[in-house]
Every structure is written in C-alpha cells, then in structure tokens.
Design a protein around this ligand. Structure first.
Ligand code: AMP
Length: 332
C-alpha cells in the first residue's frame, strides 16, 4: 500500500468541478492507499484571511469532504495547523532551500505579478512548506495537477539535498500520482472552458447552495441559438451542458436530448430544465450532509481529532528523526 499526501485549499465552497475533478479521486485513493489529506490552513495565510474567514473556510471544507464521503476510519483527514511538527520541520528545511531556486518557482512569479502589494516571505517559501507536507509522512505518491508539478520537483530536490548534506538516504523521492485517465474536466455554465470560481459565480454549480439558485444558474447557462438543420455539430456551449449531463443524468436522458438535437427539434429550455432536475437530485443529498456536518460541532471535532492524531504520529516521528540526523541532541 502506497502512502499518499494531498492538500486541500480552504477557499470557498466546493463546486461540481471540484467534486468530479478532485474529491472523487480522494474517494478512490482512500480505498486503495494509506492517505493523508490535509486542509492547508497554514498555506492559506499567505493571502491574509481574517481569523473568522479562516475558521469558516476550514470548517466548510471539513464538512464538505466528510459529506462527500471521506472516511476518517480509512484515511487521515487533518488540519495542517493541528500538526506542530509540520511547522518545526518547515523551519529546518528552510535552511536548505536557496533563495534563487525559490524565486524561480512559477507560482511565486505569478503571485508576484498578481499581488504585488503582498509578496511575503511565506509566498517565497511556499514550496518548502509543501515539501514538508509531503516528506513529513514519507509519501510515495502525490496527486498533482500541472500547476503543482514544479513543486513536486522541488520537493525531490529538497529531499535529495537533505540526504546528500547529511550522508543519509532518509527521505525517498515522492512520485506524481496521475489521475488524468480517471478524471473528467467539468465545463462551466458560462461557456468558457472548465468550471471555475475565477470565471464568476454564474459559472459554477456549488454544492452548498440552495436549489433555487442552482436552477436559476442552469436556466441562464450559455447556449447557442439552436440547430437550424438536422445532424449539426454541437456548439461548445451546448456540448458543455451535455458534458455536465453525462455526469448527473441517466444514459437514456442524454440519448433522448442527443436525438432531439440531431433532428433539430431540441428545445434548450427543456434540456436545461431536465439538467437542473438531475443536478438538484445529485446535489441534494450531499448538501443535506454538508448542512448536517456544519451544524454538528461534535462530529467535526471528532473527525479533526482523529485525523490530527494519525498525522501527528507520523509527522512527529519524522521531525524527531530529522533532528537527530541534523545533530540536535538532547542534553536532558
Ligand atoms: P480549485 O480550488 O479551484 O483550485 O480546485 C481544486 C481542485 O479541484 C483542482 O486542483 C482540480 O483538481 C479540481 N477542479 C477544479 N475545477 C475543476 C473542473 N472544472 N473540472 C475538473 N476538476 C476541477
């Protein structure tokens, strides 16, 4: 069984894209591997959230992941700041990370351009903290998107450098865990590629959102003016709606609307209404569970505690061993 580490950004509410693009792979991985999924609240400090936003966001993602089926008996779902050894290891590894290589990080360069008024040291050393998140648990596999590949590469560099500096083979190189074969890209509702918060509220179908709001968004989704003759190719906007339908509707429903489109008798209002019904049926039980968890402080506390216990055990052991290797020896 491989060890997997993956971070979750505590930013806002989950949408259909997050579910089919990330959470579903967590559900699969927790069955097959020893997983550490953490809510990256320390990382999120680089954007200076208010204390109450930080807390609400962590609570939200915790409730959402439990509601979507993350099983605390099968994996460790923990909050990064609940594991002090992470911060301590971060201090040690920072000493072996060079400014030049950190400045070359693509994400750092991007942030420098997009938030020039807040280029803090945490942004620069973000890859070090990320390396610690991975190395603290001796992960074999890390699911990474394209934007995180360089960070994984840096993690390997830091691990190898540590080994080399101290003449040890203590850290192994984590490998990228590619989900690309299994994951779908969920398109957005505004006709602009993948569903994304950054494309605005109208683009996303959010789980923790009421039924009326979801229906309204779908009824307003971008389409074209309709087929003018049989067997026309679908426009990108229309294909997007069919692609979302493929995730939530029965095969017969999709075949029905496909057929109407081919005959050029489709009415987009009907298609959208059906899609809205099916999305709502898909989302409703999950939303109910999110609400349940958000209001169940004891269940959240239990989950956070169990997750922290597992993660602390593993990270604390690593931290002690790292200190030993580096030459911190106890005098008492
Ligand atoms: P974000 O919080 O937007 O960075 O999304 C978190 C993760 O959800 C990403 O790393 C992707 O794996 C996944 N994700 C987000 N949007 C989509 C989408 N439209 N389709 C597929 N996966 C997505």
């Amino acid at each position: 069984m491989a060890r997997v580490v993956s971070g979750i950004r505590p930013t806002g509410k989950l949408h259909l894209g997050n579910y089919f693009g990330a959470v579903k792979s967590f559900l699969k991985m927790q069955e097959e591997h020893e997983c550490f999924f953490f809510i990256a609240d320390i990382h999120s400090l680089t954007t200076h959230p208010t204390p109450s936003d930080l807390h609400q966001n962590v609570l939200q993602v915790m409730a959402e992941h439990l509601a979507m089926g993350i099983d605390i008996e099968k994996c460790s779902l923990f909050i990064q700041s609940d594991v002090p050894a992470i911060s301590e290891l971060y201090t040690y590894l920072n000493m072996n990370a060079y400014i030049g290589e950190l400045e070359r990080s693509v994400t750092y360069k991007e942030k420098k351009a997009t938030q020039p008024k807040n280029i803090n040291a945490g942004l620069l050393t973000y890859p070090v903290l990320m390396a610690v998140d991975i190395l603290a648990h001796h992960a074999d596999l890390v699911p990474v998107g394209k934007d995180q590949q360089q960070h994984l590469e840096m993690t390997r560099t830091f691990a190898n450098r540590f080994n080399h500096m101290y003449g040890t083979d203590y850290f192994k190189e984590p490998q990228a865990y590619s989900n690309t074969g299994e994951l779908v890209k969920v398109p957005g509702l505004t006709g602009q590629g993948k569903m994304s918060k950054s494309s605005g509220d109208a683009d996303t179908i959010v789980f923790d959102e009421d039924e009326a709001a979801i229906r309204k968004k779908i009824m307003r989704a971008k389409t074209d003016t309709g087929p003018t003759e049989p067997n026309m190719e679908k426009s990108e906007e229309l294909q997007n709606l069919f692609d979302i339908m493929a995730l939530v509707s029965d095969y017969s429903t999709i075949a029905h609307f496909d057929d109407l489109h081919q005959k050029a008798t489709i009415r987009y209002g009907d298609l959208k209404k059906q899609l809205a019904d099916d999305v709502v049926s898909f989302v409703a039980p999950i939303r109910e569970r999110i609400t349940h968890y958000k209001n169940d402080a004891a269940a959240l506390a239990h989950a956070a505690k169990i997750g922290a216990e597992k993660a602390n055990e593993s990270a604390y052991k690593t931290m002690k061993e790292v200190k030993e290797i580096m030459g911190f020896r106890k005098f008492y």
